[in-house]
Design a protein around this ligand. Sequence first.
Ligand code: FES
Ligand code: FE2
Length: 433
Amino acid sequence: MSSKPSRENIGGMPHSGYYREIPDEPDMFLCGVGRGTPGGEYLRRFWHPVAYESELGNVPLRVRALGEDLVVFRDGRGETGVLFLHCCHRNTSLEYGIVEERGLRCCYHGRLMDTDGRILEFPGEPNADRMREKTSQGAYPVHVFGGIVFVYMGPPDRKPVFPLYDRLTLPGVELVPGVRLPLDCNWIQLKENTLDPAHTAVLHVIPQLRGMDHFAGEFESFPEIVWTDTPGGLIYLAARRVDGNVWVRSAETLGATIHCISSIFENGRVAKRATPPFMTFWTLPVDDAHSINFFISHVSPGEPMPFDKRRALEVFGQYEDRPYDERQWIPGDHDAMVSQGPVNVHDAEFLGSMDRGVTMFRRFVRRGIEGVMRGEDPVGFYLDQAAVPPTFANDCVVPEVSIAGDPADGKVLAEHARRIAEAYLARPPMRDL
Ligand code: FES
Ligand SMILES: [Fe+2]
């Protein structure tokens, strides 16, 4: 009779399946988004995207955010409201409501609700004034920016400003609203993907290998990567040698749910100190196992390709828009993230040094959750626009002769990336545009 080896003793054992434990408990302290949960209270300190303005028409839009069912609408005065989905009278869904000049009217008995949830009319009720004092429809504050409707679902006395990061207000750079990118998995998986640049050298090279235009081919080499905290979140810097140059690409997360990437078309062949912003994403945690990325594209004058082609490449592989067999042949970010499971089980992972961004992000969120539990405000929460920190996602390309040491040595590349990080922190790159 054979005794079962302990987990530590399995190591690199071949045919180890029989002995392996299969952890299946996700870390819901970190990943939970619902009302009253630690993660849900943390997330309720930030603005979240719920709709593109272009989706608001003459009927209300049903949405789900942080595990709550809501309805978004724009009334005849042009004001936008986000209300609880179910009417405060007898729970009929307001997705069937009638959009009017002064608000949204429930389709069942006609209560008219203002964008802030106050009931303006109680048809057929003689005691309307008294009822108005006693009841209102659940509602949340709204902010519209860049063609996206954002909602704040946290305590009203701690309502933050909508953070206008430096990259969002650059003169001459147009902000073009994107499309919904829904993913059937927990929001943390989406953000970890941003801080995991090693995957660009594998996942984003498969399309080229299989005959499709995608990221620049220069992404193929594995970069040397460093990660660092920033005042507003986390950043990675990935250094590669390209044709006599050293190219340092970076992307970053801001607060909990925002991420910014630099151009997927950069190839590191022309020296440059700073590049304009490329895309900014706001991730909506829909519920524990569903998320939606909303985004804007930053379009600078002199873009290298027509915008419709750029957009097609931007969103390639970002949601389930292709048949399964096609995604199996050329998988995208969507397939990598969603196939980790509805809520990725961290205990079942075996991480290496390339995963430092993943572990840093989890620590960042855990610290934020614990801080909110103690009554503190998390990174990414600002009561004053003047407190909003700068952003950093960028590309920096220098001739390799200009850096100290042999750039064929990975340590030299990593050291160069570290120096770029210090330079960014000392002088945020958006100022050089
Ligand atoms: S259920 Fe909405 S007014 Fe009656
Ligand atoms: Fe990716």
